[in-house]
Design a protein around this ligand. Structure first.
Ligand SMILES: Cc1cc2nc3c(=O)[nH]c(=O)nc-3n(C[C@H](O)[C@H](O)[C@H](O)COP(=O)(O)OP(=O)(O)OC[C@H]3O[C@@H](n4cnc5c(N)ncnc54)[C@H](O)[C@@H]3O)c2cc1C
Length: 297
């Protein structure tokens, strides 16, 4: 189906885009990679009267390292992150970027568009939840920074004002001895995951010094499983502590039954994904190179 007619506007800077959004009002939406917005418009589930295109704004697509932080311009494509040696310094980011849909979607879709969309099945917010992540936003009157937890407020809902844009996503590089993994279980490449798990942990010898665990597609927003983290933090990770952590994951997951599986199936699935992700994260934390990708049904 064709989208309803709309007016197309091209912004030359993020500030100009914010001003345009403010002047055009509620019926205007920013356009990044178009990989969520355009399909919604074609299905007529969204019918904005104005699109403000961000794609021609210079210097909005970059990956930089500064003072122990990786900074991603909002317009950075999933594929650029997948292929970036800098981003590979945080392997969980590479896992996430490389597993999103197919090459076509990864070549167009952007990290900024993904976090702004706040799709409960999206991958980025889940992986980024396990890291120290800040979202930089720009409006016509200035800029502000929000933690990811403060940015995503509900399914498809963020703290962004109607005329505010994501300009940058920044992530602290985890300390030495830290390893992470993002695993998604999918029916096929170009579909969203049935469930996903992100784990970032820091080992000190055999002891898990710190850990962050997040679940995707099993709730309205990424679920950070504090009980599972508490079961591992300060402990040796063994069958006993893993069992306690994965039981906490089963309890915390809040999935819907749908064509991808029942509630019970998804709880079991996401607990198994967390277990595997912990094992990969531990190996990476010890310095091993471990390749992982989406697991297909
Ligand atoms: C076939 C298919 C399969 C997919 N599978 C997956 C998948 O497995 N996992 C996954 O995570 N995603 C998947 N996606 C979605 C894809 O990752 C999109 O790239 C992403 O959701 C949105 O990014 P975008 O740049 O395309 O944003 P757009 O579609 O352009 O915009 C999305 C929303 O964010 C707003 N927006 C965009 N940029 C900004 C900004 N800088 N500031 C404020 N608001 C902004 C737009 O107004 C719109 O509301 C899939 C898409 C398709 C078409």
């Amino acid at each position: 189906m064709y989208p309803r007619p709309f007016h197309y506007h091209r912004a030359a800077s993020l500030k100009e885009a914010a001003t345009m959004l403010s002047e055009l009002g509620e019926e205007a939406r920013p356009l990044a990679g178009g990989q969520s917005l355009i399909p919604l418009m074609k299905l007529r589930l969204a019918s904005p009267q104005h699109l403000v295109d961000l794609n021609f704004i210079p210097r909005c697509s970059y990956i930089k390292e500064e003072n122990g932080t990786l900074r991603f311009g909002a317009l950075t494509r999933h594929a650029e992150i997948e292929n970036s040696d800098l981003a590979a310094r945080i392997p969980i980011l590479h896992d996430c970027a490389a597993g999103i849909a197919d090459v076509q979607v990864r070549n167009r879709g952007t990290i900024g568009g993904s976090v702004a969309e706040a799709d409960p099945s999206g991958d980025w917010a889940v992986a980024l939840t396990t890291l120290s992540t800040e979202i930089r936003c720009v409006g016509k009157n200035g800029e502000r920074s929000l933690s990811l937890a403060g940015f995503v407020t509900d399914a498809y809902t963020t703290a962004l004002a109607q005329d505010e844009l994501v300009s940058e996503i920044s992530v602290k590089i985890p300390p030495k001895g830290s390893g992470g993994a993002y695993l998604a279980f999918k029916r096929a490449a170009p579909v969203y995951a049935t469930a996903s798990a992100a784990v970032q942990l820091t080992l000190e010898g055999e002891v898990c010094k710190d850990v962050a665990i997040a679940l995707g597609c099993v709730g309205l927003m990424p679920i950070k499983v504090k009980e599972a983290e508490a079961a591992l933090r300060g402990q040796v990770i063994n069958e006993k502590t893993l069992a306690t952590a994965t039981e906490a994951v089963r309890t915390a997951a809040d999935p819907q039954s749908d064509m991808r599986g029942s509630v019970e199936y998804k709880r079991t699935l996401v607990a198994a994904l967390v277990r595997r992700a912990i094992q990969v994260a531990m190996r990476r934390g010890r310095g091993e190179q471990v390749e992982v990708g989406p697991i297909y049904a």
